[in-house]
Ligand binder design. Structure first.
Ligand code: ADP
Ligand code: MG
Length: 654
């Protein structure tokens, strides 16, 4: 298994591969094969080592013959390491783990030829052997955590069932790889199968299990015309689905890519470790040289001090840090994704852990963003006409308000009225031509902008004013509902020490006040334009500010905040792109969960750093004073790595 970190030759695999799914599979296979090979070499070497020790004790061989006996297992297990060390040396980058292990073991082999020194042959073989055991374990742990991320998420579909009709009109099914399906194709999803691609149901009804995507265990009912998202599991009915996105752009591919790319954004701890390792290793190597030379010059026995120096080299490899810290973050990202929280990089873990202010968008974030019309107050025309015009103007709008107004006038699509010149003014509303009339639908700001004389309403709720050719025509009152877990989300944040929770909204003061009181927010600002939201966020920035939005109208704010958290709306593209963290199930309570996961991940990373540095320093001191043995040195190196990796893997668990 090839490994290479910036410093010590161990690279976290997830940084490099997986551009392609096939590649991944191939890689995986390759890895497994190598692991088995490595295990075989380890066993053979162990047996030969025991044999060599018996030979040493049974026959009184001269030193050089004994060396030959030990060289057999040494070369079997060490040839790769020796080769890598030589390559590093030739490339002018000698300070890697292979080099350290090579000189330490060659030194141990040679030490027995010094006058008055004991032979250290078994030690030399054992160092190489154990070094390989450590490598094997790292490879295993890394593969395992990557697997478990893929597995925990359990979202990757293996196949799709393509449905078509032959000439005779009989339906035909064909099993193909998901990436062979094209947009517009029809696929069949049977109960128990995973939804392979995003699409729209054209026939059938069922319940979908979205737990792998959202962490939500309650099934979601779907029927004809509903969207289905790849990665869910179909529970009850047979579905026929028209595919709307190619596999590469489907939700599953996006999530997998997102989690895999997350490794590229390094956390502060990772960058620190890399920098630390770069300084630390040469220092230990030079300390080792000094330890061998200086006391000898002062009259010490060269063989004794050389032995101690060699131990320095064995201990000096910072693999435990270099492997376990990135693995910790990778595990944390995996553990979060299992709960429907996609974190785009380890660097965002640092920020999340330190969040002190959380700023929320209202519509679609704290509220469902599903408005219902509660009153219609026309001025000059009748109810029906007012709703008719509003629905037409909103024909192309993706804003939740648009959807509500369209729903209130269901005949909109069929009455044949022409809609043209649609201008959407973010934070204000929409102006469009319906037939030959120019109709404006929006808030009071929009009415003021076009000079329509609006008047207020006694109803509570969001008020959508309508003007025809610049003349006020009445308003429609719509209401939204607060999400069930919004209040709990705010309370959980306060409990975590987030002391400022702020709501920003473009909606009316009255509505904002009502929501803020119900949720226990520490402050709110209403009637804001999208640009005002950015300004407010900028003003609040300072100590760890998270902005939470739904990706509609608030992408600039998501980008500006220290950390942008988006409601993923089960795969909303805008949100997934703009944010640093995506909450797949739109639940604001997941923000506190994300912060908790980030803090725990950081704590585990910190434990690993101190564990590794602490134990190594202790052994270095013991080695310098001649208390430690080569055996202890190996255990300090490999043992700490193993412990740290095990600790890192705790992050995968909830
Ligand atoms: P929020 O901050 O609540 O997410 P927005 O900034 O998206 O709200 O919109 C602010 C206000 O602008 C809305 O409350 C509404 O009055 C008006 N508005 C925005 N988009 C539309 C639209 N498509 N139709 C009518 N009114 C709209
Ligand atoms: Mg919004």
């Amino acid at each position: 298994m090839e490994k290479n970190c910036d410093y010590c030759g161990v690279h976290a695999h997830h940084d490099e591969h997986h551009e392609h799914e096939h590649h991944h599979e191939h890689e995986h296979h390759h890895e497994e094969h190598n692991t088995r090979e490595q295990l075989r070499l380890i066993i053979i070497t162990a047996v030969l080592l025991v044999g060599a020790v018996i030979v040493e004790h049974q026959m009184a061989l001269p030193t050089w013959q004994l060396l030959l006996v030990y060289l057999i297992p040494y070369l079997i297990i060490g040839h790769d390491t020796l080769k890598e060390a030589a390559e590093g040396l030739l490339e002018g980058e000698p300070f890697n783990e292979h080099f350290l292990m090579s000189i330490a073991t060659i030194g141990a082999l040679c030490i027995g030829f010094l006058p008055g020194a004991e032979t250290q042959f078994p030690e030399a073989v054992f160092v190489m052997l154990f070094f390989q055991v450590g490598e094997l374990f790292e490879g295993y742990a890394e593969g395992k955590s990557r697997d478990s991320i893929a597995h925990l998420m359990e979202i990757k579909p293996d196949y799709a069932t393509l449905w078509s009709k032959d000439e005779g009109g009989r339906s035909k099914e064909m099993t193909v790889a998901p990436d062979e399906v094209k947009v517009g194709d029809t696929i069949i999803i049977k109960p128990g199968e995973r939804v392979p691609l995003d699409g729209v149901i054209i026939d059938g009804a069922s319940a979908l299990n979205t737990v792998a995507l959202t962490g939500e265990s309650l099934p979601r009912d779907v029927a004809e015309d509903d969207e289905v998202i790849s990665g869910c599991v179909n529970l009850s009915g047979v579905l026929r689905v028209r595919v709307t996105k190619p596999y590469g752009e489907s939700t599953v591919s996006k999530i997998i890519k997102l989690v895999e790319d997350a490794g590229e954004h390094k956390s502060q701890s990772e960058t620190f470790i890399t920098r630390f390792a770069r300084i630390y290793t040469p220092i230990v190597v030079f300390a080792a040289i000094a330890l061998a030379v200086v006391p000898t010059l002062l009259g010490g026995a060269f063989s004794t001090w050389l032995y101690r120096a060699l131990m320095f080299l064995v201990v000096s490899c910072p693999c435990a840090l270099v492997i376990s810290v990135p693995l910790t973050f990778f595990g944390g990202i995996g553990g979060a994704s299992r709960r429907g929280i996609l974190i785009k990089g380890a660097n965002y873990m640092d920020v999340l852990a330190k969040v002190r202010t959380v700023v929320f968008d209202k519509t679609g974030t704290l509220t469902h963003g599903k408005f219902a019309v509660t009153a219609v107050h026309p001025d000059a025309i009748d109810d029906h006409q007012l709703l008719h015009l509003a629905a037409h103007v909103e024909h192309f709008s993706t804003h939740p308000i648009g959807a509500a107004l369209r729903d209130a006038f269901p005949d909109e699509a069929t009455d044949g009225c022409e809609v043209s010149d649609v201008r959407e003014m973010a934070g204000q509303g929409i102006i469009a031509k319906v037939g030959d009339r120019e109709v404006a639908v929006g808030n009071t700001k929009l009415m003021d902008a076009i000079g329509a004389k609006w008047h207020d309403c006694h109803h509570t709720g969001t008020i959508i004013h309508v003007a025809i050719n610049g003349t006020y025509a009445g308003h429609i009152v719509i209401n939204d509902q607060i999400k069930a877990d919004s209040a709990e989300a705010i309370a959980a944040l306060h409990a975590l020490g987030v002391n400022r929770t702020v709501m920003l909204t473009g909606d009316r003061q009255e509505v904002a006040d009502n929501v803020a009181k119900q949720l226990g927010l520490t402050e709110y600002h209403a009637e804001l334009m999208p640009a005002d939201k950015v300004a407010h966020v900028e003003q609040l920035m300072g100590d760890g500010l998270a902005f939470v939005g739904d990706g509609i109208n608030d992408a600039p704010v998501l980008a500006r905040a220290d950390i942008g958290i988006a409601m993923g709306g089960l795969g909303s593209d805008a949100a997934i792109e703009a944010a640093d963290v995506v909450l797949m199930d739109d639940k604001p309570s997941k923000i506190a969960t994300a912060i908790r996961i980030a803090r725990r991940t950081l704590a585990i990373a910190r434990q690993n750093v101190w564990l590794a540095i602490g134990i190594k320093l202790a052994v270095l001191v013991l080695a310098a004073f001649g208390v430690a043995t080569m055996w202890m040195a190996v255990f300090a190196d490999v043992g700490v790595t193993v412990l740290a990796v095990l600790n890192a893997m705790r992050t995968l668990r909830a």
